[in-house]
Design a protein around this ligand. Sequence first.
Ligand SMILES: *Cc1c(COP(=O)(O)O)cnc(C)c1O
Length: 223
Amino acid sequence: MSVKENLTHIQHEITNACKKVGRDASSVNVIAVTKYVSNSRAQEALEAGISHIGENRAEEGIKKWEYLKGKGTWHFIGTLQTRKVKDIIEKFDYIHSLDRLSLAEEIQKRASTIRKCFVQVNVSGETSKHGLHPDDVLSFICQLEKYPSIEVVGLMTMAPLEEDPEATRPYFKRLRELQMSVQALKLVHAPCIELSMGMSNDYKIAIEEGATFVRLGTSLVGE
Ligand SMILES: *Cc1c(COP(=O)(O)O)cnc(C)c1O
């Protein structure tokens, strides 16, 4: 299947999910996660009209960025090692995996302008997943005030892999509740208007629960 064909199907699903809950489909951004695919397939995604590209590894991501000459908006969605920050910081527009102060400090040190960051939350508590415990999110975000290069644009989570996507709903609901708690603090450095949640198997549920960025690999560009 071409990326264009996959995208047409996905856009249809997004429209339906939005209709169900009375959202405007234009409030959902699709990130093409190109970590499994070739440079040329990533190029095909851009040509299909997708402007957001997501990569989870620094080396691979930089190679793709160079091949595509930085066209589009770039999202770093994987665990970010502190020592890799300097390599990716001027190429990626969004970082979805801010989960510790040492990483914030390094971003502050290396970034020439404000960086849009998502704070990653481990809602499910699975030990295999990165991210903050939900109870620690508010105090963590308050502490980010001392890093003026960091803007907390939203929260990010990965739901557990469930056979029935419906089973992911409580995790997305919890992230949305946390987002509302952050917004209630009215912090200038943390508007927290975005929710990065939903992958190929569960994006429809995530959208019903308020996702503004869905991260799609398999279903959009392939494995
Ligand atoms: C790989 C990956 C995705 C995309 O996964 P698919 O199930 O292939 O859509 C989304 N988010 C993160 C953080 C990933 O690492």
